[in-house]
Design a protein around this ligand. Sequence first.
Ligand code: ADP
Ligand code: F6P
Length: 513
Amino acid sequence: MASLKFDRSRAVPMRGDGQGQPASKTGRLVIVSNRVADLSKGNLAGGLAVAVGEALKSSGGLWFGWSGARSAEAHSKGPNIQTFGNVSTATVDLTEKEFEDYYLGFSNRCLWPLFHYRLDLAELHTTGQATYFEVNKRFAAEVAPLIQTDDTIWVHDYHLIPFAAHLRQKQVTNRIGFFLHIPFPAPELFSALPHHRDFAKTFFAYDLVGFQTVRDRENFARYAEEYLNCRRLNDGRLRGFGRTLRIEAFPIGIDAESFAAEAEKNARAPELRALAREVESERLIVGVDRLDYSKGLPERVRAMGSLLEKWPNYIGKVQLLQIAPPTREGVQAYDEIRSELERITGEVNGRYGDFVWSPVRYVNRPVPRAMLAGLFRRSRVGLVTPLRDGMNLVAKEYVAAQDPADPGVLVLSQFAGAAEQMEEALMVNPHDPAETATAIRRALEMPLGERRARHKALWNQIVSESVGWWRERFLAVLHETNGQPATPGGPSTRNALRSEAVPHEQSSDPTAR
Ligand code: ADP
Ligand code: F6P
């Protein structure tokens, strides 16, 4: 089995310059993702939006996906096309049923927990699976007429895994790559998904499948070998279903320099000055996450309790500022994590707080990105302790925001994808509040020399493995895959996909296969 560390020496040479210049001059880039950024806004926020927005600007192209709206006429309207310079967006609405079954249902009640190792929360028998395939099929049908022969197509994330299989049925033979932003679980977990083989073989309609980490890539490879009878070639590719699939780890990054500039500019924002009057920067611990059960928020608050119990000298002095806006409301597991976080926060604040101070300050709403950057810079400790995370961009943003002369310390979960690259963080097992508490204390007390040395190493890492590097590597590798030759003596690509890669329309009915 391959090593589970991200190996920089295997990094594929870039064709572009890693600074956002095009990897290839041939053809447009077509991005397909569930959410599409609003390009009318000058500054794009969020990892995916920034990453693909820049790629599109450099090669020109099209961004297709859900408009974010629900409407009864979703199927009759056709894509809403808007053009911004050399980039167009084409967005379609979802019906209420599609929103419920494709987005909240199969994507977020089943795949999200399953891929984050939460079999206990995964609603495996959700009826949403059929709608999930139908939405993928409809999206493929809506985008197919917009595709030109020399376009390169790049599909993103777990909402759209079977997208290419449906597109191939529309006779689209372009290069198609897929990037999974979330973890790919251990094969034993993935195989708990009903009809997992039909689902997984749709990956083989792509030319390249990218994962965040080597561990995710190897989980997928082991699954393909053990459950799909695929063969691993010497160069790491997988043979199966009449196709050869390239799989690689491409850890996503950030634009560290621009985030650093934003942080420096906003560290003295008036809102943050008010906060600084209450808690000294050297005593401020920050956490920023969507309110998702994968982020380990109750465990984090428990670690604060453990810190104060073991080292009472911190009572009245330190504070965790946890920003956690609601997400995917309407999914029961999200309602439950919110209640649990509020209960445990009340408990820790009740036990250790007084009239003028509380150990945990919890903000349940989004905060402007500029303000987040300034807040990161003013916090001595960045607490990033997910129970499982594809990458976790907050870990990288926290490092980018620090003042190199007096930097804060990143405490990072060993279960974040970022842990494969960010070895100089203080690594913790988030399931163990005592271990996290010890790391917080170490971070609070760390001498300046050690803080600077750790920060320097982490900064160099996030600058060299930036979002531009991620995008260029993915596209360079995708361009190396020269479409899919039909297997010698085997079925043609098109036929192989038609007969095998697309599950039956009634995909939740096993008898239909
Ligand atoms: P995920 O994709 O699971 O939400 P990441 O950490 O990879 O997790 O990315 C989250 C992105 O959203 C980061 O760029 C982060 O700065 C941003 N973000 C997270 N919480 C907030 C918030 N409260 N307000 C604004 N942006 C946020
Ligand atoms: O990073 C995983 C991801 O699902 C992204 O694809 C998505 O944009 C983000 O989390 C937020 O989730 P949602 O789109 O469900 O609000």
